[in-house]
Design a protein around this ligand. Structure first.
Ligand SMILES: Nc1nc2c(ncn2[C@@H]2O[C@H](COP(=O)(O)OP(=O)(O)O)[C@@H](O)[C@H]2O)c(=O)[nH]1
Ligand SMILES: [Mg+2]
Length: 365
């Protein structure tokens, strides 16, 4: 069967691309195409070439026909004017000639050497860094590596999994951002710090304690990694019901976070250092003030002047992404695949190699 699909988004644009894919693709395009030069289209298309001409009866639309590839099936593209009616009219012409209308998501898996499971996350990636990692995996880097490891010796399987498992965290967060909660008493400068990290005004900053009643989130990219900063109501007991509800939500947000920034006011003599759990960074804000004490443990910053903010951003990235994959690295690119890799790595480490291989095999499409 030969399929026809519009590859460009619905709506009006300057250019649209229609793909005709399948055994009859070349013949059906050739039937409607009138080349601009005297040279007719060849009987068999040479891949990697383009032709300019007109497509369709009557005046026709001026188009460029391209043949990106012939394997595994002939793939012919028609680049035409992007008006809705022109595109519709050309597609219908192919349908009348016997093509089946399809969506682009049905066509892309037909591309040789690609892992179509990466396509949906790729369309949702928010940074170029995550998109380029997903693009690598779309070109089967992860699935090829898994296939190699399934055929590898036991020691190679173990070292291969040890390498892949380093990127499980990244794989879980190529689409879903890491969640970083700013926690601490009211008025220490949490909202100001969110704004300083984001580089723009977003959450409410006020000198009155307890204004951030709920959890306010700001999505940013740190070093190309998607991070959601969650600004919480101050963690303290409150008589105000509305504020108390906000505090409850703040505590839950902190429990579910990938990282908690415990913020204290460096100039407040009553402030106590944050608990030193592994998933927290102690932040001492207001380091610009004369009263700020130099003895408090933690990363010293000033949301007001910006001092220490780049260092804080670097510390967050270091904690969230201790090892970043280089270009071309195999990355388990969804939370599901990351989970399978963690499990397979665990199984290989406790010596149950056949179970590890079975788990790893579930990473293949
Ligand atoms: N001097 C100084 N004041 C700050 C700094 N960060 C925040 N503030 C002030 O402290 C007050 C409380 O800040 P806010 O961000 O609302 O604190 P939150 O309750 O923890 O969210 C505001 O008046 C801010 O302008 C800082 O680094 N230096
Ligand atoms: Mg606040």
């Amino acid at each position: 069967v030969t399929r026809v699909a519009v590859l460009t988004p619905a709506g009006t644009g300057a250019i649209a691309t229609i793909a005709v894919v399948g055994p009859g693709a070349w013949d059906v395009v050739r039937k409607f195409f009138r080349p601009a030069s005297d040279e007719p289209l060849p009987d068999v298309p040479n891949p990697h070439r383009t032709w300019l001409g007109k497509l369709g009866e009557g005046a026709g639309d001026e188009v460029v026909v391209a043949v990106p590839r012939l394997e595994p099936e002939p793939w012919v593209e028609v680049h035409c004017h992007g008006g809705r009616q022109v595109v519709r009219w050309l597609v219908l012409q192919f349908v009348r000639a016997g093509c089946m209308e399809a969506s682009w998501t049905e066509l892309v898996p037909l591309t040789k050497g690609t892992d179509s499971r990466a396509l949906e996350p790729l369309t949702r990636a928010t940074t170029t860094r995550t998109a380029s990692i997903l693009l690598d995996q779309f070109h089967s880097i992860f699935s090829r590596r898994v296939a190699e490891l399934l055929n590898a010796t036991d020691p190679d399987l173990e070292s291969g999994l040890a390498e892949l498992v380093q990127y499980a965290g990244v794989g879980r967060h190529l689409v879903e951002p890491w969640r970083v909660v700013l926690a601490g008493p009211p008025n220490v400068g949490k909202s100001s710090l969110v704004n300083a990290l984001a580089g723009y005004q977003r959450s409410i900053v006020t000198p009155v304690p307890g204004t951030t009643r709920d959890v306010v989130s700001v999505s940013i990219a740190l070093d190309g990694w998607p991070v959601e900063l969650l600004d919480t109501a101050g963690l303290r007991s409150s008589a105000d019901d509305l504020e108390a509800a906000g505090i409850g939500r703040a505590e839950r947000a902190a429990e579910e976070a990938d990282l908690v920034l415990h913020v204290i006011d460096g100039a407040d003599p009553a402030s106590t250092p944050a608990p030193g759990a592994t998933s927290t960074i102690a932040v001492v804000n207001k380091s610009d003030l004369a009263e700020a004490r130099p003895d408090q443990p933690g990363l010293r910053v000033s949301a007001l002047s910006g001092a220490g903010v780049p260092e804080l951003a670097a510390a967050i990235v270091e904690r969230l992404v201790p090892s970043a994959p280089l270009a071309g690295a195999a990355v388990p690119f969804t939370p599901h695949l990351a989970g399978l890799i963690v499990e397979a790595h665990l199984l290989v480490r406790i010596g149950t190699i056949p179970a590890a291989r079975e788990t790893l095999s579930r990473c293949l499409a």
